[in-house]
Design a protein around this ligand. Sequence first.
Ligand code: 9MR
Length: 650
Amino acid sequence: MKNSKFTRYAAAVLAAAMTVSASPAVYAADGDSSASAGKVVYSFDFEDGDVSAFCNRGENDTTEISVSDEASVSGSKSLLASGRSKDWNGPAFRLDDKLEPYTEYYISAKIKGRYYTGATFSFQFTNSDGETKYSNLVQNLSGSDWMSVENVKVSFTDEMTGVYVYFEGGQDDLFIDDFTVTEAPAVEIEQDIPGLKDVFANDFKVGTAFTPSGLSSKPTTSLLEKHFSGSITAGNEMKPDSVLNQAACQAYFEETGDDTVPQISFSAAKPLLNYCRDKNIPVRIHTLVWHSQTPDWFFKEGYTNDDEWVSKEKMLKRMENYIKAYFEELVKLYPTVDFYACDVVNEAWTDQGTPRQPGEQGSGGSENSAWVQVFGDNSFIESAFTFARKYAPEGCKLYYNDYNEYMDGKLNAICEMAADFKSKGIIDGIGMQSHLDARQSLDSAFPSVDMYNKALDKYSELGLDIQITELDVTTPENPTEADFKVQADYYKGIWDSIYAHKDNISAVVIWGITDDGSWRAKKYPLLFDAEYKAKPAFYSIIDGHDIPDIRPTDPVPTDKPTDPVPTDESTSSSVEVSLLGDANCDGKVSIADSTAILQALGNPDKYGLSLQGTVNADCCDPGDGVLPSDALAIQKIDAKVIASLPDITA
Ligand code: 9MR
């Protein structure tokens, strides 16, 4: 297959994502019909009177769990959760003491309130920082009769403890029956297609947005590693509302009297960042300054929700200290992660090219901006870039990121601003989000390929880098095969336009992996379907491109083989040094190269150097192989003890 042109064009595979039946009422979240093919690992009809696998939610949960013959779906008994005195009270079923991590399971159950009830089926776990996180799996279980949740997908990682599913909502007695846990059939991703990142390896990074929940799904991480390991953007976990910690901000203020030093935590992003560190995947930081997903209290006196807005002067100090702490903490926690790009400011211009309206987040149809409220205009953008330039680690490029970036008013405002910032040396590039809509035909698609192409021309003329930061392309709802064909043709038009500008584009990031995980799941916007299969759009964008050898998915990215540092001449003689000391092949010699060498020497099974990295790493006394002295030589360079490599003082 090497260097052949890829022309295969697959038919659309549309999996029925939801299972729905009329009686009893059925609710499914992320459900999958293939669950029926899986192995049932737990099944409770409660006819034997055993409810010991279920519990309340501890602490002050007053729920009592017992067997009841007052109601049932199958047989004559069910589980009864009575004495519930708070909305959040159980019943709960613990997963991590019974099931395997990194395995997908489907849970089905029947639920009924004693009276009319409104319940929610939820999930909780405790992370490695001891914080407990909650999410709703199925909401609006409302009615007075039996209701079903069917094939609700759950999974967890080995970093999660205290993993439970539970029913909550109201204080009504709840009956549960026919609770089953089915192990999802193991899914192998398609190995006979090329990795997207490999097809475009000489052109730009190919990456994706990812959230920690995806880490527990093996097929999802396999797809990520095969196709998208050029770059990861945290879907939500590095945004201000995930990073800012209100209680810690207030505590710091109380302790010091200083309310200009925001306190932060990356606990939400840690599972993802750990993964990027372990797999050597570069990270796009998204995002520092945004009107959305930023708490109003950040802009208020005393960090309270309902006090006065702070002055512009105070907000500038908060902004600077926030950006400083953000970068410092990231570098401290993850010295080896390549934070290569950062969306410094997100979505600050309207489509007309004006600042947003001032106001609280969520007001004005979610469009208003507390930044504009405090600053009175869009001058906060320049401040943010100035601070980001001051504190961002070396190699971290700074971007202005926006959607509808092809609309004239917005495009002109961005270009004017970017040209000014470029002259001041505080910006490196433009992030084009690219949330696009294929609609029913190429004629009605929005934006047209031509419009998108013209925007790329304009941004290219700026002489700044461009990154496509959140690409997805919606179909109409309930798409037909014809709609997927239009989507594929449109994706190709857009991708070809991107490819034509590749000299100005350093990364293309798709906003998610499989359709069912997308923020626009109802409109199937991604390259892989819920069954982890490549869609026509995938084939369309690689169509006509040279493709490399197709290899099974590596457990680590291609530039970092699992093999220990290869030092023998037979493997390395054909590769020339690209930059002496650049062990991680990022184009520079820094302390990260020293770390990479020590990691590769200390734990070759986990960390490795690429062949190029190995050749570069042999830098202290070239020819003697990769040794600790090479790491030391780089440290000497960093400390300015020596000026160049090799280390003639050694
Ligand atoms: O993908 C994100 C989704 O999970 C969140 O619910 C949503 C809330 O604003 O944000 C999504 O990501 C947005 C990104 O941060 C900025 N551009 C638009 C993206 C899609 O809404």
